[in-house]
Ligand binder design. Structure first.
Ligand SMILES: *Cc1c(COP(=O)(O)O)cnc(C)c1O
Length: 441
């Protein structure tokens, strides 16, 4: 047994292949692996050859690096993919926000008075003007919005919700759980498929604080169904002196192509509702945030809840969100990447397919397909798309492309690169990588 056969840690750290590695992370991996080799030697066994050992360490280091945030090419066709970071921020939006993020700013300083200012005033005005509500507030995400609203207005009392709307959204957001954490008591009404206005009426008692409607973001109940429109709920709440709140989940501004819009609520339609909330990074197409819109007196109470301090958004979020809202107000819709891609005409995707093929050594088959919007909106509603079909074994192709940072989709046992979710800036790299992968086959 000779332990002095073990290589020095530094010898491995200084190898050319680790030139740009994060050294303390790499050093930990190297020490772990050397320890295992030391054990082998102690047991009288052979240790790995040096090249094999460095290969193993390189593999472990790459596995670690792959867990960090990395740019990917989304060729799934799902524009707002929950696992692929939902909405993409346009570079123009980011560059407009950049100066404020990289400098000191008036985040909590009123330049007109020279006094302490409020971080929510400006974004609140922008948002209420975009959507036609009296006032607005922004929190960390829509889950926080639901929590803050219930905690502020329904803590210790009952909140009435339709059984058909007790949703669970991916990533463990469950309406009943958020409700109990907020301190409000859930009062379910109706049945899974049908809820009537009289179900809400009959459930109201002296402990009732709020009528909640939740958008069914990621599933659909079809067949023999009935749910109560928010306008009816609003009217009932007004008559009984209660607050009504609509958790929209997603929601968009303006129009969507392909008749998608009729199934997903356009936010401005609800400006008479006491409170609504939705995610900043779903169809709205901006950063992670929970956007709350509603009556001024209610927004004022939300701002006074001490819990807001725990849910507050950073300047990075506020700066980017403000630029997205301004882009909407100025009708620069092409800067909202999510909306731009959902609305792309099929002909422009066909042109893109042809352009990519013209640059490929071996063109791929162009196929018509259908995709989903994703991100917990428009459940079960497909709309048309165009994809490039990669010849060969689908599961194998999926993993080869994934290793190059291209995430595609398997459909009918074929691996597809769906062009609906390909960004303009992805095109060049996509061409290079397809050429590289396919010529290596
Ligand atoms: C997505 C969603 C949420 C959670 O929103 P986050 O911004 O992800 O926290 C809450 N309610 C509904 C109906 C949703 O669709």
């Amino acid at each position: 047994m000779s332990l002095n056969k073990l290589p020095q840690v530094d010898k491995i750290l200084n190898l050319e292949c680790f030139k740009t590695a994060i050294k303390p992370i790499l050093a930990n991996i190297v020490r772990d692996e050397l320890e295992k080799q030391r054990e082998l030697l102690k047991q009288g066994k052979d240790m790995l050859e040096f090249d094999k050992l460095t290969q193993l360490i390189l593999q472990k280091y790459e596995n670690f690096i792959n867990k960090g945030l990395k740019r990917l090419i989304n060729a799934t066709g799902v524009v707002m993919h929950t696992n692929l970071a939902r909405s993409v921020i346009d570079e123009q939006i980011l560059s407009r926000a950049k100066d404020v993020i990289t400098s000191y700013s008036n985040l909590e300083y009123n330049l007109n008075s020279g006094q302490r200012g409020n971080r929510y005033d400006y974004i609140g005005s922008l948002l209420s003007s975009l959507f036609g509500f009296e006032d607005a507030l922004v929190v960390n995400n829509n889950a926080s919005a639901v929590f803050l609203i219930l905690n502020t207005f329904a803590k210790g009392g009952e909140t009435i919700v339709s059984r058909g709307e007790l949703v669970e959204i991916g990533g463990s957001f469950r309406v009943p759980d958020v409700m109990s954490a907020s301190g409000s008591i859930l009062k379910e009404v109706g049945t899974t498929n049908k809820t009537h206005l009289y179900d809400y009426e009959n459930a109201i008692n002296e402990s009732t604080k709020m009528l909640l409607k939740v958008h069914r973001s990621n599933f659909d109940i079809v067949g023999f169904t009935r749910s109560v429109d928010i306008s009816e709920i609003s009217k009932l709440a007004k008559d009984r002196n209660l607050i009504e709140y609509y958790d929209l989940g997603s929601g968009y501004v303006g129009e969507l192509n392909y008749n998608l819009g009729k199934d997903e609520p356009s936010i401005a339609k609800f400006s008479k509702v006491s409170l609504v909330s939705f995610s900043g990074d779903k169809l709205f197409g901006s950063v992670q945030a929970g956007i709350i819109l509603g009556k001024r007196e209610l927004i004022v109470k939300l701002r006074k809840n001490a819990l807001l301090r725990m849910l507050r958004v950073d300047k990075v979020t506020l700066a980017i969100l403000s630029e997205s809202v301004k882009a909407y107000l100025n009708k620069e819709f092409e800067l909202i990447t999510t909306i731009k891609h959902i609305n792309k005409e099929l002909s422009s995707l066909e042109n893109l397919a042809n352009l990519i093929n013209q640059n490929l050594k071996t063109p791929l088959e162009i196929v018509k397909t259908n995709t989903f919007v994703g991100g917990g909106s428009l459940p079960n509603k497909t709309y048309p798309s165009i994809a490039l079909k990669v010849a060969g074994e689908a599961i194998l192709n999926e993993s080869i492309y994934r290793a190059e940072g291209i995430i595609g989709r398997i459909e009918n046992e074929a691996f597809l690169l769906d062009l609906r979710s390909i960004l303009d800036k992805d095109v060049k790299e996509l061409i290079e990588k397809i050429n590289k992968i396919e010529s290596a086959k």
